[in-house]
Design a binder for this molecule. Structure first.
Ligand SMILES: [Zn+2]
Length: 372
């Protein structure tokens, strides 16, 4: 799916790049226009104001900007809770259907999953309460346009909090459900399957709802919007369940290692092994037993004239707890080690102590999941 490609980076907040999907500008303009129209004519939430054309557009733009900040606040609180759990975020993306925080790796326990997931709706709810309080103060003080804008911001934040809590993966509520099932059964895969199924059901229901709005309520805008959001959710939920089916453990995601003997020289590696196997990381093994891991980065400081005098075992990273996993190790835990062990690689060793595979950071067949 080519969905999140066209983006521009608009800011870095606490070290996290904030990107905007270019189609988001269309939604921004549309939203400003709809809100401006309601400030001119008065709708449910703006019934006590009537603004002129310029002022209405100003109010529309400012209110839309406040909505944008609300969504950003929702995503940032996911990212900050993730950081508190030891997981960095690669980016925050604002796209036409809301926002998305891309975590570098998935939480490896249900408690962290729950806390990161619930952070977003909590933030939206708090922003909603603050906006609502602001609405009453502004209304009592006679700032009617401000009051109307705050009522729109409050309403949308409550809507965002509630809709994200629907129990379907990858919505926040689906993650909460998954964390709950995961904690109860200890089975991450089963929990993901159930929560993903929930996401597909909710996505399907939204498409049906959209059709209902379109044909029976004669509200094509709302109908198409619901159907699009439903399709989007259905697709994301199905992708997650399918990916989980094929790739769950280190053994599922590993590739064949290329090994060198510990007594081989670096010169031998560079002259004879590297030309045939262009890769960044080699395992060091003898008779299938892992001795260490050697990355080309580790050789950067070794002068060329020392290549034929230096043995691989003297420059490798000797085998340690954070350099290998079993084939049955869950992929989430393996990814975490990959991100943290400094080598960017992880050997896979079976229960008889035989080297059977290699995992490389950034080369896993699946990326860390996105968070809606
Ligand atoms: Zn969220």
């Amino acid at each position: 799916m080519n969905f999140f490609r066209r983006q521009i980076t608009v800011a870095r907040v606490l070290g996290i790049p904030v990107r905007i999907d270019y189609r988001w500008f269309v939604v921004f303009a549309l939203s400003a226009w709809v809100i401006a129209a309601s400030f001119r004519e008065g709708t449910t939430m703006t019934q006590f104001v009537r603004l002129g054309l310029g002022a209405a557009w100003g109010a529309g733009l400012l209110t839309t900007f406040a909505l944008f900040l609300s969504i950003f606040g929702h995503e940032l609180s996911h990212a900050l809770l993730a950081r508190a759990e030891g997981i960095e975020s690669d980016e925050i993306v604002l796209h036409p259907f809301g926002g998305l925080t891309r975590l570098r790796s998935e939480p490896d326990n249900p408690r962290a999953e729950f806390r990161i997931a619930i952070a977003g709706p909590s933030a939206s709810f708090i922003i909603g309460v603050v906006a609502l309080a602001g609405f009453y103060v502004a209304r009592l003080s006679g700032f009617d346009a401000l009051a109307a804008a705050l009522s729109i911001v409050g309403f949308w934040n409550f809507t965002i909090a509630a809709s994200n809590l629907l129990p379907g993966y990858p919505l926040d509520g689906g993650r909460v459900l998954r964390a709950f099932l995961w904690k109860r059964s200890g089975q991450l895969e089963d929990a993901t399957r159930v929560a993903g199924l929930g996401g597909q059901l909710i996505g399907g229901a939204l498409v049906v709802f959209g059709g209902y709005f379109y044909f029976f309520w004669r509200d094509p805008f709302m109908g198409l919007w619901l159907a699009l959001v439903g399709l989007f959710l259905f697709d994301a939920a199905r992708a997650v369940t399918r990916r989980r089916k094929t790739l769950r453990t280190a053994g599922d995601a590993m590739t064949a290692p290329v090994s060198v003997e510990p007594d081989a020289t670096v010169g031998h590696l560079i002259d004879h092994v590297l030309p045939a196997h262009r890769r960044e990381v080699f395992t060091v093994a003898r008779d299938g037993r892992l001795h260490g891991v050697l990355t080309l980065r580790d050789l950067k400081d070794l002068p060329r004239e020392r290549w034929h005098l230096t043995r691989v075992r003297d420059v490798m990273r000797p085998v340690a707890q954070n350099l290998f996993v079993a084939p049955s190790t869950p992929l989430a835990r393996a990814e975490r080690l990959l991100n943290e062990n400094g080598a960017g690689a992880l050997a896979v060793v079976d229960d008889r102590g035989q080297l059977v595979g290699l995992l490389l950071r950034g080369r896993l067949k699946r990326r860390a999941d996105a968070k809606a």
